[in-house]
Design a protein around this ligand. Structure first.
Ligand code: PEP
Ligand code: MG
Length: 323
């Protein structure tokens, strides 16, 4: 089995009718790169930068961050690397920031909301990213975007830091894509507007599912409502992918769902361009995709999206597309 999978190293993830998608990996620190290389990840679809800020008692410096980003970019040698800006708050606390106690942390002061308020620390991270950009193929991604104004504001701050670094004589790549995570239903619903301004989307289903279903992803009492194949979730995903393509942009997915064998045929049929998953899932996903027909899945999309329940969708996919 493992031997069989190793044979897929170096091969593209293309369907029987030659539609190719990108299979990239999620990482939490540069230490994870070894496993990514071993499993032939075609790039990094999500670098969660929180690790740089956690388990310590002060903010990481620009230099410390620069080192980490440079290491990831250089190691991936011009393969795409999507680095997400700080996503703390919610379940991830940083004691030294003295964040307020909140009644609903997942609906509260987290991620980009915090970064726009505390732009002092946001600017440090952006400067480190910009300086590292010349070492590889960097794409910058903002988490938890709910409104266009937030994206515009974040992008304006990025642009200010870029100009100031250039003026100080730094070399900065001039083709850094800037995109957003789609993990809040408002953003999925307004994807056509966002698509005109962002360079790419990456759907964060871990949060998109919890916010769409109003079911806390950490609460076992409502875990039966945390439904990845719920047709409402799938319709949102379709809307995002279609909106991006209408503007000539690409859409990836970096939630757990991207590496799930029931979800993969659905997402492929919906036209998802990039699948980002834990490194160990890359080769199994490649094998699965190489045995699927894109045109057949495209044709099945209408039927899949017109199912009524999570269970119906799952049963449909298992019957037709899993063996
Ligand atoms: C997500 O929400 O799907 C995601 C990838 O981000 P995180 O799991 O870090 O919230
Ligand atoms: Mg998230």
């Amino acid at each position: 089995e493992a031997e069989q999978l190793k044979k897929l190293i170096g091969q593209p993830a293309n369907t029987t009718d030659n539609h190719t998608v990108e299979l990239v990996a999620n990482i939490g620190s540069p230490k994870d790169l070894e496993t990514v290389i071993e499993n032939d990840g075609e790039g990094i679809g999500l670098f969660r930068t929180e690790f740089l800020y956690m388990d310590r008692d002060s903010l990481p410096t620009e230099e410390e961050q620069f080192q980490a980003y440079q290491q990831v970019l250089s190691t991936m040698a011009n393969k795409p690397v999507v680095i997400r800006t700080l996503d703390v708050g919610g379940d991830k606390d940083l004691p030294y920031l003295d964040l307020p106690e909140e009644l609903n942390p997942f609906l509260g002061f987290r991620a980009l909301r915090l970064c726009l308020e505390r732009d002092d620390l946001f600017r440090v991270q952006l400067r480190a990213l910009l300086r590292a950009s010349v070492y590889g193929n960097l794409k910058i991604m903002f988490p938890m975007v709910a409104t266009l104004e937030e994206f515009r504001q974040a992008k304006a701050i990025l642009e200010e830091e870029k100009q100031s670094l250039i003026q100080a004589g730094h070399d900065i790549s001039d083709d850094i894509e800037v995109g957003i995570m789609v993990e809040i239903p408002s953003t999925a619903a307004l994807a056509d507007q966002f698509a005109k301004e962002v360079d790419f989307f990456s759907i964060g289903t871990n949060d998109l599912i919890q916010y769409t279903m109003a079911a806390d992803r950490m609460n076992e009492h409502v875990s039966h409502l945390y439904q990845p194949y719920h047709p409402a979730v799938l319709r949102l995903i379709k809307q995002v992918i279609d909106a991006s393509h209408a503007e000539g942009k690409w859409t990836g997915m970096c939630g757990e769902m991207a590496g799930d064998e029931v979800a993969i045929p659905i997402l492929l049929g919906l036209g998802l361009d990039e699948f980002s998953m834990s490194a160990s899932a890359v080769l199994p996903a490649r094998k699965q995709i190489q045995n699927l027909s894109y045109s057949t899945l495209q044709e099945a999309t209408t039927e899949i999206l017109s199912q009524s329940t999570n269970a119906d969708v799952k049963a449909y996919v298992e019957k037709h597309f899993l063996n």
